[in-house]
Design a protein around this ligand. Structure first.
Ligand code: ADP
Ligand code: ASP
Ligand code: MG
Length: 866
């Protein structure tokens, strides 16, 4: 007879650590349980411990010999849970039984030895606490729910290879759909809450399902109850193509079949415990992954359905803490039973082998810490047994990086490119799964940083541009989080044909976009606190740039008589008062000439006032101070600080006053410029106020010049300097010193982004896995990478839409090993004649160019139409 309750429909909801640690999240849990109940479903909620609690319990277990330390740990946890009950508006007496249980475990006789059975009971307390508090809170919201002890429903089974560690701390259950349990629960109500992570041995001891095992509990319950679905609620809105916290461009995977999800979970995506798939797959129960903070967002659905779409890499994951055991045969390789003996030894030590790689005389296997107790004792014992049959070497710590997707065999032909991607790093082992779903590399853990983001950019992001409405790939984490938006394409994306035309007329060529210079200039004209703006022409003295900026009201700042003459020639109408002369260690004649001409002259060495006294009598000049610190993107652009050759030290202030008086110089301005590429608005504020604070020593002072150094974003997407914030900061100082005009003299800020360098590919070359792209621009054209290790974006303008094909070293034709314009750049397969664009090259590009190797000077084009 079919029981009336047997056709009850169930859903299992699982909430992870972060989802149960705050009051509003429990309110969400209550709402979700009620919503599911209103859909006509029976609801079983499975909860993790509050976040961090299992770790804290584990730390206590590790101190098992030290009763006092354990007791302190226990009291801290008791406090935390009582405090949380208070946050939920609950009087905490109901927790007394949990408090007693925890204290009992601290004084338990088994604590002295740290027995695994005791550890399991101790770690189980986290979920018992959280479910007890949650049940009480949900009841206080009016939900009619029952608290269940998960151990009454989940029974662990013996595993093929069982150690005490796996028996107690990494147990496996075999739940079968049970009508009896459904009936029983249906008779008791329709809302239930229980613990994740814990189960019971047939003999009655508490066991754990492995770290992160609450997901697996939910699956077990889903299978046991024949649920319509299992919903895993966590702190991300689904499973992503890579860990979104490492790779902001990772894409949501909307739909996965069990096999793919299994691979992604097994190979490191912590969002789902690897053992959570098998139980639901067996009974065909779909599993959803959803975000507790965004309940309406669809998330990931894992089911037997496979989404259509071409084979492709769907995810890239990484596991850390991998240990490799490399075994070199000592002559017995072909001997019957050799491998059986070797693996027998692993079995004897209760170690489960993950990946296997073999060569003629070597077998290397990997051990994953989530499946094994990899303490020093175990490894030592293993090695000493293995040493009887082979030469053994342990390589650790390693990281296993895995590409997951259908048709990974098809990736094999790109293996060399991918290996080039992991570049100079040592690849210890490569393994392709027999189900064609994964390809794994094991590399040194120390080399692992950055590998997942690079591979993701190469294999997932590059292939997905414009994949709107894709059945599998959803939005990027970056979009969902409202992170810095994906970079706005730079201006040059929109004028590619015009740039290719400019390149057609000859390369290498700098192209300057008038509209970009105007836009930057306007930003500075809008700074209300600033009275005068000078353009530091050393950044780029192109006459058209000078004329454009002068027309917008900028004065000019120069550092040599050559630059001074150039300004006079390019801008004959520019009033002399609009020219600043700020040389450093220049000859006496240069000062003399500038003074006679009548431009503003800056002195940054007191010896000049004393030694060349005849120059200064009655002259109005500026003094440049070194405020004792330097800032900037590279040591070589810092122009302040003890070792800097610029400026007068602050300690010499009184001497400066005296020397100026003696020489008859009238100090009308104070100047400081501490460096370049500075984004911190506080920097200018402090330079301004430090200089203004010196003003009272100079009675004729009229202005304070705080220099330049305004930061220019160098990577796409890097936020720009906030000019509004800068203006507000400067205005604050101005309000304190209203008598003095404020001058600035930026260079790079005005022109860097406006210029691109166009070059042509001369040659390509491959050498020991490295790919070189040799172009006709080099350190003679753009010195910044060699001089300052500056990073400039580099693209292949001829193939702007083509996907990247590995990392390239972009080099020039100069006979110097430092002639490298960009290292490890993701670029498409490129060929001789392609046009390459180097961005943000408008400042200190052409102005620093040379004729080194007699390669000729670079061309320049000022384009009014872009
Ligand atoms: P819970 O406490 O809810 O069980 P976990 O911390 O165990 O949550 O799992 C969620 C975390 O998994 C995410 O915050 C994310 O950092 C991490 N994660 C790793 N890889 C992935 C991936 N491919 N997709 C989504 N999340 C991932
Ligand atoms: N609380 C357990 C852990 O932190 C189980 C889980 O959260 O899934 O490992
Ligand atoms: Mg988890």
């Amino acid at each position: 007879m079919i029981s009336a309750a047997a056709d009850s429909r169930w859903v299992v909801l699982k909430f992870g650590g972060t989802s149960v640690s705050r009051r509003h999240r429990w309110e969400n849990i209550g709402r979700l349980m009620s919503a599911r109940q209103n859909e006509g479903l029976q609801v079983l909620t499975v909860v993790s411990a509050l976040s961090g609690v299992t770790d804290a319990l584990k730390a206590m277990a590790a101190q098992h010999g030290d009763a006092a330390a354990m007791a302190a740990g226990a009291e801290a946890l008791i406090e935390r849970h009582r405090g949380f009950a208070l946050e939920l508006g609950l009087a905490s007496e109901f927790l007394n039984p949990r408090v007693d249980a925890l204290r009992r475990l601290v004084s338990d006789v088994r604590a002295a030895s740290g027995a695994f059975a005791w550890q399991a009971e101790l770690l189980a307390q986290g979920e018992l606490w959280s479910s007890t508090i949650g049940a009480r809170f949900l009841a206080s919201l009016g939900l009619d729910l029952q608290w269940l002890d998960a151990r009454d429903y989940l029974t662990s089974r013996e595993q093929a290879i069982q150690t005490d560690w796996s028996r107690y701390l990494s147990a496996i259950c075999d739940p079968r759909p049970s009508v009896a349990i459904r009936d029983d629960l249906r008779a008791r109500g329709s809302l239930f809450i229980t613990q994740g992570f814990i189960a019971r041995q047939p003999q009655g001891d508490t066991v754990l399902l492995g770290r992160g095992g609450s997901d697996t509990s939910a699956s077990y319950f889903g299978a046991l109850l024949g649920a319509d679905r299992v919903e895993i609620w966590t702190d991300v809105p689904g499973m992503f193509s890579a860990n979104p916290r490492l790779v902001p461009d990772a894409r949501l995977l909307r739909q996965l079949d069990y096999d793919e999800a299994q691979e992604i979970a097994t190979t490191g995506a912590k969002v789902l415990h690897p053992r959570a798939i098998a139980p639901v797959r067996e009974v065909r129960v779909p599993l959803w992954i959803k975000d507790t903070e965004r309940p309406d967002f669809p998330g990931t659905e894992i089911s037997a359905e496979s989404a259509a779409g071409a084979p492709s890499v769907k995810a890239i994951s990484m596991r850390n803490g991998i240990t490799l055991v490399s075994m070199e045969s000592i002559g017995m390789w072909q001997q019957v039973g050799f491998l059986a003996d070797v693996f027998g030894i692993f079995k004897r030590h209760g170690l489960s082998v993950d990946l296997i790689g073999s060569a003629e005389t070597n077998v290397t296997v990997s051990l994953d810490p989530s499946d094994n107790l990899l303490d020093a004792g175990t490894l030592e014992a293993l090695c000493s047994d293995l040493a009887q049959v082979c030469r053994v070497k342990v390589i650790a710590p390693c990281a296993a990086v895995t590409l997951v997707g259908r048709g990974m065999r098809g990736m094999m032909h790109r293996l060399s490119e991918l290996l080039a991607e992991v570049g100079a790093r040592r690849v210890h082992l490569v393994s392709q799964s027999s189900n064609n779903l994964n390809l794994t590399f094991v590399i040194d853990a120390a080399d692992a940083d950055g590998v997942v983001p690079s591979l993701h950019a190469l294999l997932v992001r590059a292939r997905l541009t414009g994949a709107e409405g894709d059945p599998v790939f959803g939005p990027a984490w970056r979009e969902l989080e409202g992170l810095r938006p994906a970079p706005q394409p730079s201006w040059w994306h929109g004028v590619r044909p015009a740039l290719l035309d400019h390149a057609g007329a000859g390369t290498p060529t700098y192209v300057y976009a008038d509209s970009v210079i105007r836009a930057r200039a306007q930003g500075l004209l809008d700074l209300g606190a600033v009275d005068r703006r000078y353009y530091a022409i050393k950044a780029n003295p192109h006459p058209r740039i000078l004329r454009r900026l002068a027309a917008l009201g900028f004065g000019m700042e120069c550092v040599s008589s050559g630059e001074l003459a150039h300004i006079r020639q390019s801008l004959p109408e520019l009033p002399l008062d609009q020219i600043l002369f700020t040389p450093n260690f220049a000859a006496r004649a240069e000062y003399q000439q500038a003074l006679e001409l009548g431009v503003h002259v800056t002195v940054d060495n007191l010896a000049l006032l004393d030694d060349w006294a005849e120059l200064w009598d009655g002259r109005e000049i500026l003094l440049r101070f070194d405020l004792g610190r330097g800032l900037g993107h590279h040591d070589k652009v810092k122009t302040g600080g003890e070792k800097s050759k610029f400026g007068i030290g602050l300690a010499d202030l009184e001497q400066a006053v005296a020397s100026a008086r003696r020489a008859g110089a009238i100090i009308v301005g104070l100047h400081a410029h501490l460096g370049s590429g500075i984004f911190d608005v506080g920097h200018w504020k402090s330079v301004y106020s430090d200089l203004a604070a010196l003003a009272e020593r100079f009675p004729a002072l009229r202005f304070v010049d705080i220099g330049g150094g305004l930061g220019v974003p160098h990577e796409p997407g890097e936020p720009a300097l906030d000019l509004g914030e800068l203006d507000a900061a400067l205005a604050e100082v101005k309000a304190m010193y209203p008598r003095y005009q404020l001058w600035i003299e930026p260079g790079r800020y005005l022109v860097a982004e406006a210029g691109v360098l166009l070059a042509r590919v001369n040659q390509t070359k491959r050498k020991s896995g490295a790919q070189f792209l040799g172009i006709d621009a080099g350190m003679h054209t753009l010195l910044r990478p060699a001089l300052y290790e500056a990073w400039h974006e580099i693209v292949n303008l001829s193939r702007l839409d083509e996907p990247a094909a590995g990392r390239w070293q972009v080099v020039g034709p100069i006979c110097e090993s430092g002639d490298i314009l960009g290292r490890d750049r993701l670029l498409p397969a490129s060929a001789e004649g392609d046009v390459v664009l180097i961005a943000n090259a408008g400042a200190y590009g052409a102005s620093m160019a040379s004729n080194y190797n007699l390669r000729g000077l670079v061309r320049e084009v000022y384009d009014d139409s872009i």
